[in-house]
Design a binder for this molecule. Sequence first.
Ligand code: UD1
Length: 337
Amino acid sequence: MAVLITGGAGYIGSHMALALRDAGEKAVVLDDLSTGHREAVPEGVPLVVGDVGDEALVLRTIAAHQIDAVAHFAARIVVPESVRDPLGTYAANTGKTRLLLGALVAAKVKRFIFSSTAAVYGLEPPTPTPETATPDPGSPYGSSKLMSEWILRDVGAAHGLNFVVLRYFNVAGADPQLRSGQRSAAASNLITVAARAALGMNDGLSIFGTDLPTPDGTGVRDYIHVSDLAQAHVAALEHLRRGGASMTLNCGYGWGYSVREVIDSVRRVSGRDFPVREAPRRPGDPFISIADARRIRAALGWRPSHEQLDQIVGDALRWEAFCWGARRPGQRTRRAG
Ligand code: UD1
């Protein structure tokens, strides 16, 4: 038995590969390396380079490695890009999830873990947001994931495929042992940009909106450590292996921090100051995004262990310093990955 990790050369998928290897599970990564990095795949985990929508390749991989479960991370994740190119986003996310599910049905694989997102809830959900909130995506990215959830629900019912949908809130940090982390030079998420600012790798950061209806006027997010998120996937796998029912679960901690609080944390933990500019709101940004995180604890017994903001920020800072050294993200060297 082995787990197929699509997108396992990416940021979150590579942490899943580490978590499975640490748990003594066999894993195989399928990644087209369009945004993933070969170096991110842990040693001892086979990498198949190719497309999740390539049915013949998926069927060959399932047979060769005795795959009994699939964790599907491969996707386009940048929200503004999805607004510029909705057709590309739907093809990459919804279309390829449908093709992948077709291959799994043909191969009689019965367990599936799907990377979904808090973006399915849209711009003004109740907060904290329970899984029962009516989805109302504010971007093609969120819609592409919600449509995939619906396809999965229907395929699961028709073909006896059990699944866990995990709706991620804001994923951040890096493996505490620095075996993986954010490798994208273009990463635009707040904690990465702020960590790079503290390390002098960029020219500082802009706060997108300071007049929001939040306690300090800046956006509030539920930041979850990437290693805790990977553990949630391992718990979901165990649930499915026990014959557990299909379910949809938020992945967050149930509390949030503002942009200013994140900046304070990065300054505190790094001991460095950096330029911060005030900029207009980013269109399509929810003001507050916080998970109602009770269901995953009750259903899977998941217990996070890295939930302090300073710890998330500290791991991000250590990873950035380790990964990039004296270089700026994007400059090439042999270690660039
Ligand atoms: C993130 C994910 C998205 C996911 C969503 C789930 C990324 C790039 N996006 O979006 O895929 O669906 O969480 O909730 O990881 N901010 C600044 N300055 C910056 C960057 C961000 O002020 O330079 C602010 C944003 O306006 C927002 C907060 O920081 O209030 C977090 O932004 P970001 O890290 O980009 O994540 P989301 O937009 O929430």
